[in-house]
Design a protein around this ligand. Structure first.
Ligand SMILES: [Zn+2]
Length: 136
């Protein structure tokens, strides 16, 4: 089983799931998502997905369950295959463009899709002709 080197499980699942499952919640997330999160963290530095554990307002940026106001049954977030990331130092748009320009870079090889035109980096590991892009 893969668990992230640079993220705790509460950064990737909402509070209800963390409370119910604790460390077992790793099983709900696609290992390709987890490996890519670590690769992006090592490449670009500090990243935020969920931050509720430290009093922040982000709790639906990784796994999304049906009690989320943002829930959609076919969203990649609902399958544990997507993350919405903010960066401490790097620019989201610069990261997005670097990924799109270098889809075969080993750090990006498991990314299926990116969302365009948003102020966070949404990436997911869906089954598709990569790298697929879409707008909200
Ligand atoms: Zn997203």
């Amino acid at each position: 089983m893969y668990t992230c080197k640079h993220f705790a499980i509460h950064e990737l699942v909402p509070p209800n799931v963390y409370k119910d499952r604790g460390e077992k919640a790793w099983q709900l997330l696609d290992d390709r998502l987890l490996m890519t999160l670590d690769k992006l963290r090592e490449r670009y530095g500090k990243m935020t997905v969920n931050n509720y554990h430290w009093g922040g307002d982000r709790e639906w940026s990784g796994l999304r369950t049906s009690d989320s106001p943002y829930y959609s049954p076919c969203s990649q977030h609902s399958f544990g295959r997507a993350a919405d990331c903010l960066f401490g130092a790097a620019s989201v748009e610069a990261v997005r463009q670097e990924i799109l320009a270098n889809p075969d870079d080993p750090d990006f090889a498991m990314i299926g899709s990116l969302e365009l035109g948003v102020s966070w980096l949404h990436f997911d590991v869906r089954n598709c002709d990569r790298i697929m892009t879409y707008r909200p």
